[in-house]
Each structure stands twice: as structure tokens, then as C-alpha cells.
Design a protein around this ligand. Sequence first.
Ligand code: NAP
Length: 295
Amino acid sequence: MINRLAIIGVGLIGGSLALALKKTGAVNEVVGYARSEDARKEALELGIIDRAATSVAEAVTHADMVFVAVPMGAMSAVFAEMAGHLNPEAIITDGGSAKAQVVEAARAALGDKFRQFVPGHPIAGTEKSGPSAAFATLYKEHRIVLTPVAETDAAATAMVKAMWQLTGAEVFEMDVEHHDTVLAATSHLPHVLAFNLVGMLAERDDCAEVLRYAAGGFRDFSRIASSDAVMWRDICLGNREAILALLEEYHQGMNKIEKAIREGDGDYLIEVFARAKKARDTRFADPNLIDNSEV
Ligand code: NAP
């Protein structure tokens, strides 16, 4: 049972955790902080939080569990603001999409409370943001990755794991570097590709005409380009090395495809496309392996 849960950032990720836990009756009170008064008001009206705090410090005071769900670039300032106001026993966790940068920010700001910080990442989401995007079942049957480090208190990790399990999620542990490499491939690179393609088409003078003939494939591929620009800027800069390594590999692949198209090398195209199709139809289609709803 959580007596007071503080949600720092009551948007899609923070708001959905609050709603899911409230539904289970496992939390007595949810105190929420969002930057804008409008968002705080909306979160109150939607029943996501019981009380709105006007500062991070106020939100975490007397909280026994603190969940940080702001864009990654804001985490450092949020940790610094909360550091002197945390309960001695408070457990702190987060939902940031890449972990190394968040772990370093927490280590630098939280001092002796760093051992009570359990880094986490819910592999669930949508392209929507803000309190109105939150819903109680977002995490149900989705995966949550926790990336505790050497200093992390095992009891704190167990508490955070138990909290996520209450939402219906499956919880895994991974080391930080592995998490950031894996997520760069399955989530971060696809977002960069979608932003680039949609942005490129939007610049065309005949954009409206082009989109008139777009079909389901384009809709599927372009959906994630509706995601929040600030959040994705922060993920790209926060997981820079892993994303750059993948972009390099991707460019190499694209160069080979471009060469094959230019030279009329149909055999090469068949080889690449058939290999991808086979993987997508078999291994990638396995619901035990891939969470197709991840953004
Ligand atoms: P969101 O819906 O936009 O909510 C972000 C919240 O953070 C809002 O309450 C916002 O307040 C607050 N905020 C924004 N900038 C801030 C700042 N500089 N200082 C303090 N608070 C600030 O975003 P989200 O989708 O929930 O994402 C939150 C975190 O979860 C991010 O770190 C993201 O990487 C991670 N994540 C997202 C997804 C996804 O699918 N969206 C999935 C997994 C993990 P205002 O509304 O008042 O600005």
C-alpha cells in the first residue's frame, strides 16, 4: 500500500500510473505536479490526482513513492529540486525512455537518496500527451523495464516492481546500457525515421496531393511522427551514442538499397525485402516476443 504517491509530470505516463493505481485501491492519496496551471487543473478535474502541488518540492513532501514522468531533459532539474524535501524512506522512480542519462542526473542530484532511486521505463505509450491522454489500462499486459544499478537498494527495487505489477504490467530487469541499446533499435530509430519522412513530405508543394493517395502503410508508419517533439528531442540527445551507431548502420543499408535501385539489381532488392518479410512474419509477429502497441 502506498500512502502518498507523488507524480512529477501528470501527462500520459505519470497520469496513467496514477489512474491505474487508484483503480486498484493501492494508493491513499496522489499528489501531482505539472508545470502549467492548466495541466494541474485538468489532472484534478479528470480525477488523476487528489491534490495539485505548485512545485516539485511541495509535491514530494511526505510522499512515500515518487514517480518522475517529465521529458528527460527536465529530469536533472526535477531531481535537484526534490532532493532536500524527500522523506528519509521515500522511494523514487521514473519513466524516462533512455536510462543512462537519467541515472547520471539522479546520481548527481540525489546524494545519499540515490540508493532509493529505481530507474524504470514503461514499454507502453501512445503518440498523445498531457493529462487527457492518460488512461488506467495503459500498462495492462505491457512490459516495464527496471534498470537498477549497483548502488540501488534491493528493497526499493522490489517495491517499485510490486507497484508496477498492480497495474497489470510484467516487470523485467535489465542493465542500463543494454536497455539503451535495445530501445534505440526498437523505438528511438523508428521515431527518427518517421519524423524525417513526414517532415520531408510536409515540405513538398504538392503535399496535399501526395497525402490524398496515402494508404494504410503510410498511416501506420507515420503515426509515431505525431509524438511530442520536446520528448523526442530529449530522447535523441539523451541516448545519442546508441542512436548514432544505429543511424550509421541504417545509412549503410540505405546506400546499398539505393545502389541496387540505381543499377537495376532486382536480386539484391529481393534478398533484402524477403529477409525482412520473413523476419516480420515469423519472429516479429510473435506476441510473446514483441509488444506491437509500443510507440
Ligand atoms: P507528457 O504527456 O507531455 O507529460 C509530461 C509532463 O511533464 C507534463 O505534466 C508536463 O507539464 C511536465 N513537464 C514538461 N516539461 C517540464 C519541465 N521542463 N519541468 C517540469 N515538468 C515538465 O509526456 P509523457 O508522454 O507522459 O512522457 C513523460 C516521460 O515518459 C518522458 O520522459 C518520456 O521519455 C517517457 N515515456 C514516454 C512514453 C510515451 O509513449 N509517451 C513511453 C514511455 C516513456 P505541462 O503539461 O504543464 O508542460
